[in-house]
Design a protein around this ligand. Structure first.
Ligand SMILES: [Zn+2]
Length: 134
């Protein structure tokens, strides 16, 4: 896991290092993080690349007046976080636990998927080596 605590809004806030908009804009860091996004920027060109911690939807091309919740909703309406439609501190405990549970399930799937790819690659190279010796 890159960061196991991205389900916490404060952890998501910390990921925004080069966000292009300031607090006066609707599309500010706080609103982004509250809508479930964390930054996946790797440099200046993709400074506004952000990803949902829960559904994994990645969006960029943000504008100063974008509403992060509305964008999240229109691009990933099935996201469990969007469907709750609440900030973290407004969530009921049970709702919050369900978000964390879903996050853990998604992360586990992602890690399993990565492991499977690695095993497939390994199997391919072993197969190639075996064939090469014949
Ligand atoms: Zn989402």
């Amino acid at each position: 896991m890159e960061s196991p605590s991205l389900f916490l809004v404060e952890e998501r806030v910390k990921t925004f290092k080069k966000w292009p908009f300031d607090d006066k804009n609707k599309c500010n860091i706080r609103n982004m993080a509250e809508a479930g996004f964390y930054s996946v920027a790797t440099g200046d060109e993709d400074a506004d690349a952000a990803k949902c911690f829960l559904c994994g939807k990645e969006l960029d091309g943000w504008e100063a007046n974008d509403d992060p919740w509305a964008e999240h909703k229109s691009h990933a309406s099935k996201c469990a976080f969007v469907q709750l439609g609440k900030k973290e501190d407004e969530l009921l405990l049970l709702e919050y636990l369900s978000v964390i549970k879903q996050y853990m399930i998604n992360e586990t799937k992602r890690i399993a998927e990565l492991a499977k790819e690695q095993i497939d690659d390994k199997a391919k190279s072993v197969r190639r080596r075996c064939l090469g010796r014949k």
